[in-house]
Write a protein that binds this ligand. Sequence first.
Ligand code: MV4
Length: 453
Amino acid sequence: MLQKVLIANRGEIALRVICACKDLGIRTVAIYSEADRYSLHVRFADEAVCIGPAKSALSYLNIPSVISAAEITNVDAIHPGYGFLSENSDFAEVCQASGIKFIGPKPEVTRMMGLKQIAREKMKEHGVPILPGSDGILQNAEHALEVAASIGYPVILKASAGGGGRGMRIVRAPEDLPNLFAQAQQEAENAFSNGDIYCEKFIERPRHIEFQILADEHGNVEVLGERECSVQRRHQKLIEEAPSAAVTPELRKKTAAALKKAFSAIGYTNAGTVEFLMDPSGSLYFIEVNARIQVEHPVTEFVTGVDLVKAQLRIARGEKLSDILKGPVKITGHALECRINAENPVTFAPSPGRIQALSVPGGIGVRVDTAVYNDGIIPPYYDSLVAKLITYGHDRAEAIVRMQRALDMFIIEGIHTSIPLHQQIMADEEFRAAAIDTHFIQRFLERRAKSAE
Ligand code: MV4
């Protein structure tokens, strides 16, 4: 049923999808922008179609161009990867209308998950814990003041169409609320053409923990444990791990059971991630759903042994989860991922350019997902991810020591990368003690600046 798949993406994730297709005997079509003519996803796909200029808006985000490429090459399905069109429900609908299978949830489910206060309502309805907050959207600042007074300050205002940190405002006192409400509304209107705002109790220094879901098209849902994603800077994750040191087996089991019920009830299909915040008492609260495969999926693959992208393809061709997973999912050992970005490790300024020397680490427990090669170019038009370095060990300490060894043996010359930053974090006592939360990076950078004085 799936004989040929178009990959609507670039870089390491395009290669990752090509690998899964090859493992299943599925032929592949790459699409590429003029900046990506010499990219490895073009080389390793069976066919490749140029879809436009370097700028994403004119190529990887251009729905008519992507659909034309799919029609010309007569593919059965499109895998969107992450970013770009992966959570665009209009795109998924156009695919469906063109007789092309979109590898992801149904358009109406993706649309619902994209409206954060609706996703929140649905989770509450089906027994997944949420934070105290508004029921639906806030009509105006007066309404927001009433809700905030009833749940207590601080509160956070969030854009319904937002996510990933855009359009949020923290409100610490009622006198600040009217201005912050107007700002949030304006920012949301500008960014998403949707000014709807809802609010929640604000959790100070939470951990950011997400659960991996797989759901087939026969009503079966499985939860493949969680990832700890607290090490992030400006809403960009730097390090992820599985499992989280803060999730007990009981909490994992309880959360998975609630998610199984909720995701069956909403008719969710394919892969998805459910984001939670953990408060200092160790309780988890739902915040949002990411209706796509994520950058950090390899840490879950290491600890479960499940090929998540292959599972996405098999689900899309109608197979049952019981045939894909073959028995209960078990979490074994520990995995870490360091995102290696083309950026200055001190200032975080982007550092695109030509790679002038490359040597990639390996050995037991080491995986590198990348699309770079020696003499290749990191273009300035897209995100700065150069490689994902993933390590596995029997426990967290072994995953860390393997990460240190792999970072030391990773040579990338010609551009600046975050490798030195990751080396410093791996040696940091707080990180080594898993004493991490969303403010870890801030504390780490302050410590680093002080020790450099
Ligand atoms: C929050 C929060 C605290 N309390 N919601 C950030 C991205 C988006 N996925 C949700 N985010 C947050 N939502 C409540 N009720 C903290 C974050 C958050 C965060 C906020 C400010 C600065 C950095 C942050 C990093 C991760 C999460």
